[in-house]
Design a protein around this ligand. Structure first.
Ligand SMILES: C[S@@+](CC[C@H](N)C(=O)[O-])C[C@H]1O[C@@H](n2cnc3c(N)ncnc32)[C@H](O)[C@@H]1O
Length: 318
């Protein structure tokens, strides 16, 4: 059974799609948000999709075609949304009535051990969204020293046992014991003190796996670049909804949205009109029912912004 997309009703509510409008789904994944947008914009509207995972994007596109969405209603390009201005051409960003980015990994990544994201079943040490290029997890781990592994697990995984985990990973790597994701997960679990391991509500490998995924895919850099490009290129009246799953991602979204929602003060103290407005200040989070049905939703945070004037936004100062 397909997972229900995270914060779907809230995404649609804040994007407010109308018949005939055009939307860009920057993270198509399994197509959940795309489908809801396609239904809302009707036969006169369309959705343009992006995903870094070309294999998954092809699968989802085929499913959408089978469901009757032809090229006039759904088109897609595989690529990193960090390069959205290049992928689409900067001028085309102004053609959309709204953008959605639902960050992180998709269910098929986590559910298919051969993709190397799963700590529950053995798979290759890969973790790339885009398997057509770039270093795999195995190659990244070969290149990193213990201090870098520790920093990644501490900063991106916020795991208080980062030092112990990093030491254990590097020792296992040097001894040739990191054969697959299962072996890596066991090394991480083993690095936890026994009491903490038993007391942990989540699998002790969860945070370190998330951290390594962020490193392999350079995820935070893409979020920063992609959102800046969209904020610049969006037309007046269009909206941007971002769903993040990590505090550092949310911090980037919050910082850029705040900056875009403030006018710029000139030398004489005059403040220009704000080029955008945040639709609400505190992020929207899933309710208990959604989390019970989909535990992956538990850390989701949704923020939404509306552009008020055409043209570039000066967020360079943040
Ligand atoms: C949480 S899933 C999206 C799920 C989707 N909204 C749905 O309803 O099925 C995130 C997707 O974003 C893709 N992704 C992650 N980082 C990306 C990036 N920088 N550029 C483009 N796609 C990215 C992943 O490959 C994954 O398919």
């Amino acid at each position: 059974m397909k997972h229900r997309p995270v914060l779907l009703d809230e995404t649609i509510r804040w994007l407010n799609p109308q018949p005939g409008q055009r939307f860009c789904d920057m993270t198509v994944g399994g197509g959940g948000h795309t489908r809801a947008l396609l239904q809302a914009v009707g036969t006169a509207g369309c959705v343009f999709g992006i995903d870094r995972d070309g294999e998954l994007l092809r699968e989802t596109t085929q499913e959408l075609r089978n469901e009757g969405y032809g090229e006039e209603r759904f088109q897609a390009v595989a690529g990193n949304f960090g390069d959205i201005d290049v992928l689409l051409g900067a001028a085309r960003l102004g053609e959309f009535d709204g953008f959605v980015a639902d960050l992180g990994a998709a269910s098929p990544h986590l559910d298919r051990p051969e993709r190397g994201f799963s700590f529950r079943e053995p798979g290759p040490l890969d973790m790339r969204f885009d398997r057509s290029g770039g270093p795999t997890l195995k190659e990244a781990l070969q290149a990193l020293d213990e201090a870098s592994v520790r920093r990644a697990i501490w900063e991106y995984g916020e795991d208080r046992f980062a030092s112990r985990i990093a030491r254990a990973i590097v020792e296992a790597r040097d001894a040739g014991r990191l054969t697959d994701t299962q072996a890596l997960a066991d090394v991480i679990r083993g690095a936890y003190p026994a009491r903490a391991r038993h007391a942990s509500r989540i699998d002790p490998a969860t945070r370190a796996f998330q951290a390594l995924r962020i490193v392999v895919n350079a995820e935070l850099e893409s979020v920063e670049r992609g959102l800046r490009a969209v904020l610049d290129g969006m037309k007046a009246g269009s909206r941007l909804v971002v769903i993040s799953f990590h505090s550092l991602e949310d911090r980037i979204v919050k910082r850029l949205f705040r900056a875009a929602s403030e006018g710029v003060q000139n030398l004489y103290g005059h403040r220009s009109a704000a080029p955008a407005r945040e639709l609400f200040r505190r992020p929207v989070t899933p309710g208990e029912m959604e989390i019970a049905g989909n535990p992956r939703a538990r850390s989701a945070k949704l923020r939404a912004l509306e552009k008020l004037a055409d043209g570039k936004i000066d967020v360079s100062r943040v």
